[in-house]
Design a protein around this ligand. Structure first.
Ligand code: GLY
Ligand code: MN
Ligand code: MN
Length: 425
């Protein structure tokens, strides 16, 4: 609001969705809404309205569900208008059923509205109707409310740089998630089903205070590890195969995102070890770049260089490294990016390029580093010993003033450490 004193910002709460009769999908508040309000109830709406006269402050207005003893008996307590004012510190608060009537009035002093159009059609209609009402009075007020902007231009930039409090929550999410991965590394045995391991991982998240997963846990044994977002998690784990677990718990709306790959038995086979060491080398090389001033995109470039070299020296590709990179041939084994920003959303807000320029790392950013290597089951040209192997190693990295802090260092990733843990479990 300081940077946009004549703008109004509008944020709708997430909707509740019905899964089947009398059962809702688990509700989670929309991230921007929670970031700005701390308010986690559905059917709410947040307005940051410009000051109505020069020199005054902007106003925070929350629309919330009315208190309702009958409904609260069934579904739990609500904060109501009083709570919005006295617990959440809104300057003004109203019942949500007054949104349509009140919104035009609140938008009157605004010259620009920041609202995410296209996400929720019903809410779009309410907001567009309010804009139209404001425009009709333009002739009299002389103000023109003509522009609708994406709120993420501002809020995304704020969320990209984590405050000390946010970093504490991320540390907590990461340390709990690290415990969950270590538990899996100790307890997995041949003959277990992927869903048993998913249950163990998710149980550890919940037991230690995470409210939910940050994304559906991926527990992928054998050939399933070559499916990047495998979600079925329902096959039996076999000795001799690898298990890839990509899972992160969400703690007070901040999520971890960790991947480890380890043997279902005790040890990596020779071909598994060769690919594993290559992916680890790529990850460690990328981490050397994790410091302020590094162009974000150069980390992916570095991962590709290391992995492409490996593809050639292992005989999986032929030719020169620069050609393999220029032609994109490396994508056969490494089809995804090397990471993403991390925060309230697993694929967090924030621009990787700004004004056409590649973005540089700055202190307070958090991102993942997750190179991988996948040889698809149907890749008939790849040597059979490498087929069905999928490996990813993913850590969560906070950029500090001089370098980085690995928030997920609690899970081993050196092959010898993993094998020691597998033997001790
Ligand atoms: N778990 C999704 C990702 O690693 O991006
Ligand atoms: Mn990730
Ligand atoms: Mn992941």
């Amino acid at each position: 609001m300081k940077a946009n004193p004549t703008s109004a910002f509008l944020f709708a709460a997430n909707r509740e969705f019905i899964r089947n009769p009398d059962v809702d999908y688990p509700f989670r508040q929309e991230s921007n809404f929670y970031y700005l309000s701390g308010f986690s109830e559905a059917e709410s709406f947040l307005v940051l309205a410009p000051a109505s006269k020069p020199g005054a402050n902007y106003r925070t207005i929350l629309f919330v569900r009315r208190r309702d003893p009958e409904k609260e008996m069934w579904e739990g307590e609500r904060y109501g208008v009083d709570g919005a004012l006295h617990v959440f510190g809104a300057d003004e608060a109203y019942p949500i059923d007054e949104l349509e009537r009140k919104l035009p009035e609140l938008l009157k002093p605004a010259e620009k509205v920041h609202y995410r159009l296209g996400h929720d059609e019903r809410m779009d209609r309410t907001v567009l109707a309010a804009l139209e009402t404001c425009r009709r009075s333009q002739g009299r007020t002389g103000k023109s409310l003509s522009a609708v902007a994406d709120p993420n231009e501002t809020v995304g930039e704020m969320r990209l740089f984590k405050s000390a409090d946010e970093i504490e929550l991320l540390r907590k999410a990461c340390s709990i998630s690290a415990d969950a991965h270590v538990a899996a590394m100790k307890e997995v045995r041949p003959g277990m089903n992927e869903y048993e391991v998913e249950a163990l991982v998710d149980y550890t998240f919940r037991r230690k205070g995470c409210q939910r997963v940050g994304y559906g846990s991926i527990v992928a044994g054998g050939k399933n590890s070559t499916c990047l977002h495998y979600r079925a998690n329902n096959e039996v784990l076999r000795d001799g195969e690898l298990l890839l677990i990509d899972a992160g718990g969400e703690y007070d709306y901040y999520t971890a995102d960790i991947t480890r790959t380890f043997p279902v038995g005790r040890q990596f086979s020779k071909p598994q070890a060769a690919l594993y060491d290559l992916v680890l080398k790529a990850q460690l090389e990328v981490l050397k770049l994790a410091k302020p001033g590094t162009p974000y995109a150069s980390m992916h470039q570095r991962a590709i260089e290391v992995l492409a070299d490996g593809m050639l020296s292992l005989g999986l590709l032929k030719g020169k490294a620069e050609d393999v990179i220029r032609s994109g041939a490396f994508r056969r084994f490494y089809p995804h990016g090397t990471g993403h920003f991390l925060g309230m959303d697993v694929h967090d807000v924030g621009l990787y390029q700004k004004n056409g320029e590649p973005r540089q790392l700055e202190a307070g950013m958090v991102f993942t580093v997750e190179p991988g290597f996948y040889v698809q089951p149907g890749d008939a040209e790849a040597p059979a010993e490498y087929r069905n192997i999928g490996i990813r190693i993913e850590d969560d990295i906070l950029v500090t003033a001089n370098g980085f802090e690995n928030l997920t260092a609690g899970v081993p990733k050196e092959r010898s450490e993993i094998e020691a843990l597998r033997a001790s479990g």
